[in-house]
Design a protein around this ligand. Structure first.
Ligand code: GCU
Length: 332
């Protein structure tokens, strides 16, 4: 009798497993989206993407999954943006500099001394101008569905940079964007375009003398170990964008798009909330290691780049967008 009971129990278990299995297989398979980017694991935007993946899992009940490929493992920003266009990747990250070669309107966000403060930045990015520019490339294979903050970029080198004169004869790494090249030339330096992942070695080996970025990136890339002077020119405030392939977006159903939008919105506020603290922690790490953060009179740098604003008068749409951006200043 005992053996008979054991056999019946075993059969019951098998039967139940069978039912569970068939229930599982009747559920739709989760959809997986791949996001590749060029940032190190400690970068605030990568951390926002990790958060985004968690939130997406949560809101979609595991039906929409985000898989991350960080640290340039699929190439630099330009490579991954091109992969979106040919359907080889679902999502990526681009700064306005990375996006400028694909759509010239992004150059507006690469204008030095454009944003008055964080409120102005957000009013523009979340407002009409931001939305218009972020959607402009839909017919070219991708568009942007989120923007993240990146503070202010300043110069860092082995010596202080207090005036534009100090940049004379210095090779300065810039992102691969036409307007960044012009900016450095106007300020007096020699621009050297280079992918983000190559900058540490270039600084270390003296291929470039300086780079420019925010405090968090100066520290999380370890650039601060080889360039000990961070001179606060605070000349540029550029957004980082989450970019999606148009084809992938079009293939998502209404429900999946809502899940993605909800999770994306949560990741944007998560990253914005972390930013101030990340900036002050980074400053502390650097100064405690003996690196120096140097205040700079920014006026001479600002005066040097005014010709950049003039070029936006030549294109009717850019002129209109620039006026809208500047008008939003008053409201912040
Ligand atoms: C910042 C920005 C990155 C960008 C990098 C760069 O860290 O957040 O998205 O790639 O600057 O200078 O290339």
């Amino acid at each position: 009798r005992h053996i008979a009971l054991q056999i019946t129990t075993a059969m019951l278990c098998l039967l139940m497993a069978g039912v569970a299995n068939s229930e599982l297989s009747s559920q739709p398979k989760p959809k997986v989206l791949k996001l590749a980017h060029n940032l190190p694991l400690t970068h605030s935007v990568h951390l926002a993407f990790v958060y985004l993946a968690d939130q997406l899992q949560d809101v979609s009940n595991g039906q929409l999954i985000l898989r991350l490929y960080p640290s340039s493992q699929m190439g630099d920003a330009i490579d991954t943006l091109q992969m979106l266009q040919i359907g080889a990747l679902d999502l990526s990250k681009g700064t306005s500099s990375d996006l400028e070669p694909f759509e010239s309107a992004y150059s507006l966000f690469n204008l030095p001394f454009l944003f008055q403060d964080e409120v102005h930045f957000d009013a523009v990015l979340k407002g009409v101008v931001g939305q218009r520019i972020m959607n402009k490339t839909r017919d070219r294979g991708f568009f942007c569905i989120a923007s993240y903050v990146a503070g202010y970029r300043s110069f860092y080198a082995r010596k202080p940079v207090k005036t534009p004169d100090d940049l004379k004869g210095m090779k300065i790494r810039v992102q691969v964007s036409p307007i960044s090249l012009k900016m450095i030339r106007l300020m007096g330096g020699a621009p050297t375009p280079m992918p983000f992942g190559e900058v540490y070695t270039a600084l270390q080996q003296g291929v470039v003398d300086a780079a420019e970025n925010n405090e968090a990136s100066w520290v999380n890339t370890r650039h601060f170990e080889v360039t000990r002077f961070f001179s606060e020119t605070r000349h540029l405030s550029q957004p980082d964008f989450l970019v999606i392939s148009t084809r992938v977006w079009d293939q998502l159903n209404e429900q999946q798009r809502q899940w993605l939008q909800e999770a994306v919105a949560r990741s944007e506020s998560f990253q914005r909330k972390q930013w101030q603290e990340l900036t002050s922690t980074s400053r502390n790490i650097a100064t405690q290691s003996g690196a120096e953060i140097i205040p700079v009179d920014r006026r001479a740098f600002r005066d040097a780049v005014t010709p950049l604003y003039e070029q936006f008068q030549e294109n009717k749409e850019h002129k209109e967008l620039l006026e809208l951006i500047l008008a939003a200043k008053g409201n912040s």
